[in-house]
Design a protein around this ligand. Sequence first.
Ligand code: PLP
Length: 447
Amino acid sequence: MKIFDELESEVRSYARSFPRVFNRACGEYLYDNDGTEYLDFLSGAGTLNYGHNNPLFKRALLEYIEADGITHGLDLHTLAKQHFLETLQAKILKPRNLDYQVQFTGPTGTNAVEAALKLARNITGRHNIISFTNGFHGVTLGALAATGNSHHRGAAGVALGGVTRMPYDGYLSNGFDTTAYLDKVLSDASSGVDKPAAAIVETVQGEGGINAASFEWLRALQEVCRRHDVLLIVDDIQAGCGRTGSYFSFEPVGIQPDIVTMSKSLSGYGLPMALVFMKSELDQWKPGEHNGTFRGNNHAFITATAAINHYWSDDKFAKDIARKGNIISSRLEQFVANYGDGNFTARGRGMFQGINCISGELASDISRRAFKKGLIIETSGADDQVIKLLCPLTITDEALGKGLDIIEESISEACRQFRRIPQEKDFFQSAEADPNGTHDNTEASKS
Ligand SMILES: *Cc1c(COP(=O)(O)O)cnc(C)c1O
């Protein structure tokens, strides 16, 4: 792998955790160039919800390429785009009573977020945006300003402005309603928080450590936004496309965001594609205001159409995600009970789940051990302390069971290696119990 060390920038990241040369992939499996098989519980960070090279989409794509279908089309009308829009309208938007216009942005998630923030600011004439602790929205400057992660923020090179951070659900302690705090600062003209254009939120924070907001909190957030005439943007780039169990992650919550961003698994095939949904009255763009050369990836339109047709024409797929989600959560609860020493927590929703191991070192050790056993699984969260399960939604029960077994073995081994299971601090409790901040969370200090 000399060429990668020699020529590729130091900025590479996932390749460091899984140092092999991969060559083929199919469904939930990846193969390196020695032919070794790996079960993929990373799935392109949530881009391969329907598996690698899904045969249904592959056939549609191959036929389209064979017939010299348009590959790149700027934002010209093409038959592939027409079919995608018709399918999206008939199978996704209409049945859900969603009156959204669709904007194709540049093909990355961060570009959809840029467009959404820009639109909200232009419509309202306000600059401030509310975003949440541990939120992740991408790494271009506008989206990065809304992102919490210090490692990513530190690379900006300029001041990241125009955003006020609020505590996400459960950030302070369970039972503290952080939307009440938001309501308070927006009601107080001297709170120091400028009246925002929008609030941007993930229903389940992916990169932030699989933090799932409660439905009540999300409903309360929408209510506060409406009360103060603030637009609600749901960033569904990772949580959408079925990951939490429904096409849009907010469906079972019963909210209707003003703006929604989608990307990652949208094309279904891992092809770059992103879009912004906005309520019709919010479509106040002037032609070409948010431009981009690659807004018309027609291969992505073909596979995205196939994905909707094959998986979202009825509720079979959603039911299957719920069923597998239950398998995952019951196993994770067992792992937590058996190995976590009372400190691990299982978290997430649908097939968007993880285990908080409190220690990033421990979680990374679990990930390394899993890789040696043929499972690709990553960590997320502020300290990479959360083992993040992102297997394809189409995974077979057998492969799912195998992956969960590998995770269990890896946790068991890693926990035996680590003498003490670290404990999480509750913000208020630890502040009370330990005013000097010298709280020692070790077994030794307990006894
Ligand atoms: C991945 C992600 C993004 C950024 O998408 P890119 O394609 O990496 O630019 C934005 N928001 C969320 C919630 C994401 O998970």
